[in-house]
Design a protein around this ligand. Structure first.
Ligand SMILES: Cc1cc2nc3c(=O)[nH]c(=O)nc-3n(C[C@H](O)[C@H](O)[C@H](O)COP(=O)(O)OP(=O)(O)OC[C@H]3O[C@@H](n4cnc5c(N)ncnc54)[C@H](O)[C@@H]3O)c2cc1C
Length: 386
């Protein structure tokens, strides 16, 4: 039985699009498919920040720095306006309980040579004059980057196509095909099969279910996340603000949380997030809708921090399943099933997308890569047969 492709990439978010682009560019006959459209998952629902200062130390941090440097070159690489620009970020301690964690994060990054600054309350107000005095006790400050999410996704796909990439949207949910202990392709909803030398799973919050069908336990969880965008206003924010509580609380599998993340888009709209809820505590009929509870929580936090935004009109809200892992480390590398490669559960996605795409390309074309990423596969195990 011949292969239809060198690689099939399942999931058209940041990681799927980046993997597909780099594979096609390397000459691998590749197919990118999604059950919906490109950007249908969390990658079409996010703010496009190239996040650095929240990275976990160790391998994640090294990859984040490599990814940060790589993202600065992606506009030229893709010959497309993906809106990359420098974008300062504040990670803010709003309560005394946030201070120890934030201080630790600051000290580890400073010791590692990052140009990160510690700001006291008055210094925060100099950076963000529209912030309410007293809203924040202290913050770390670092100049990160940002992109237009859809421009970046579509540029990867467009340039991938120039290198022969095939793209199939609305393919319906696919299943992995495992034959003789090897992943040999995917089965489509209509029962037909597509075979490939390698299958790359970049299915975000769909990863665990997809891989369970092939007998693998891949612990990528997700929460229901809600966000809003307002009308465009005059320049109001100078930096992207996130509460220091965000990474501790937002992906909890047991508790709902609202932690303020707010930025101003390239176009002047205010982007607001994020309330998250474990899916199991959301009624089945409400998985896809924003909630009044979320609006109220977010409004309270926003106006406590930026009271002048009170009269600004909300244009739209949206919901997505936001993927994560328990230890905030990604699942990246060759799975225990030969032929199956995984790239999912990244804490910060944009910053890692290009470097992860290059790693996957190298695993496919050279069977190795420049990083020892074995720790990222440690949580992946075979499911016990019942
Ligand atoms: C409000 C909000 C703001 C955020 N802001 C940022 C930010 O500024 N910067 C940042 O780096 N991160 C941000 N994030 C996180 C980021 O959006 C996600 O980590 C990232 O999009 C995950 O990308 P992915 O490619 O792994 O998954 P996804 O983008 O979710 O893509 C997975 C794709 O797989 C498809 N799929 C799933 N199962 C199957 C199947 N069985 N068959 C076929 N297709 C399937 C889905 O349709 C989907 O399109 C934010 C998240 C939220 C919720």
């Amino acid at each position: 039985m011949g292969n239809n492709y060198g690689a099939i990439v399942v999931g058209g978010g940041y990681f799927g699009c980046a993997c597909a682009y780099f594979l096609a560019k390397a000459g691998v006959p590749a197919l990118l498919l999604d059950r919906g459209e490109i950007g249908r998952g969390a990658s079409g629902a996010n703010f496009g920040n190239v996040q650095v200062q929240d990275a976990s130390m160790g391998l994640s941090y090294e990859l984040t720095l490599a990814g940060f440097a790589r993202m600065k070159t992606m506009e030229a690489e893709l010959d497309s306006d993906i809106g990359y620009n420098d974008y300062p970020s504040l990670l803010a301690a709003e309560r005394p309980g946030h201070l120890d964690g934030l201080r630790r994060l600051y000290e580890e990054k400073k010791a590692a040579g990052l140009d990160i600054r510690w700001l006291d309350e008055n210094q925060v107000l100099e950076v963000e004059p529209n912030m309410a005095p007293g809203a924040v006790i202290a913050a770390t400050y670092f100049v990160q980057g940002r992109v237009y999410p859809f421009h970046y996704l579509y540029a990867l796909v467009r340039q991938g196509r120039r290198h022969g990439l095939e793209v199939r949207e609305k393919a319906g949910p696919v299943c992995l095909l495992v034959e003789g202990g090897r992943c040999t392709g995917v089965q489509l909803e209509n029962g037909s099969t597509l075979r490939a030398e390698h299958v790359i799973v970049t299915a975000g919050s769909g990863t665990a279910e997809l891989c369970a069908g092939a007998g693998l336990n891949v612990p990528v969880h997700s929460v229901k996340a809600e966000a809003f965008v307002t009308e465009a206003i005059q320049p109001f924010l100078r930096s992207y603000y996130s509460s220091a509580a965000f990474f501790d609380e937002a992906h909890s599998q047991t508790q709902a949380s609202t932690t303020l993340c707010v930025g101003q888009s390239h176009y002047g709209n205010i982007l607001l997030a994020e309330t998250t809820k474990p899916h199991q505590s959301v009624d089945a009929g409400k998985q896809d809708c924003t909630s009044l509870e979320h609006c109220r929580n977010l409004r309270r936090q926003l106006l406590r921090t930026y009271p002048a935004l009170e009269k600004v009109q909300i244009l739209r809200g949206w919901v997505t399943a936001s993927p994560s892992t328990e230890n905030n480390e990604p699942i990246l590398g060759k799975s225990p099933i030969p032929g199956l490669i995984l790239a999912a559960g990244f804490k910060s996605a944009v910053v890692m997308s290009a470097v992860a795409g290059e790693i996957v390309r190298d695993l496919v074309t050279r069977d190795t890569c420049a990083w020892d990423i074995r720790p990222f596969m440690a949580p992946v195990t075979f499911l016990e047969q019942s």
